[in-house]
Design a protein around this ligand. Structure first.
Ligand code: FES
Length: 157
């Protein structure tokens, strides 16, 4: 093995050992559901030609954006984007999965506690991450409704 290959192997080993320490630390704080969702988040990005967009700003200065596509009153596509923490990424990802298939009324009824429970719970200091995601979804739903009203007003003679 060349010196360069030797260095590269040592670096890989170091990264692996750091990652396993971080994983062990994460699993002391977060549920397995949160960790799995954070490591492999779904629906990250922006829905093309979205029917509605919602943004929420947390007191921690993190933000989340949700975009939606509707078929009638039902959500058929939902994506999120955030600059927030790992718990926020997990919340955004799981919430998009929960929201798809629900009506707009049902989506407005989703509570942060329901989202946190779906993730196997959140540590006290990260409960607001679920609120950030839920508010972004509500704002996106309301934006869909507002755009529909404006479209209907535009159509009336
Ligand atoms: Fe701010 Fe998670 S720490 S939203």
């Amino acid at each position: 093995m060349s010196e360069k290959e030797q260095e590269s192997t040592e670096l890989d080993d170091l990264v692996e050992s750091i990652m396993s320490v971080l994983d062990a630390e994460d699993s002391k704080i977060y549920s397995q559901e949160v960790i799995a969702e954070f490591k492999n988040p779904a629906n990250v990005g922006v829905v093309e030609n979205a029917d509605g967009t919602g943004i929420s700003d947390g007191l921690c200065n993190d933000t989340m954006e949700m975009t939606l596509k509707l078929d009638g009153d039902r959500i058929v596509e939902c994506m999120f984007f955030t600059d927030g923490c790992g718990a926020t990424i997990a919340c955004g990802s799981r919430l998009t999965k929960i929201a798809v298939g629900r009506t707009v009324e049902e989506a407005l009824d989703i509570q942060p506690e329901e989202l946190a429970a779906a993730l196997g719970g959140l540590p006290e200091e990260h409960r607001h991450c679920a609120t950030l995601a839920v508010i972004a979804l509500r704002n996106a739903v309301r934006n869909c409704e507002k755009r529909r009203e404006q479209d209907m007003e535009g159509e009336s003679p």
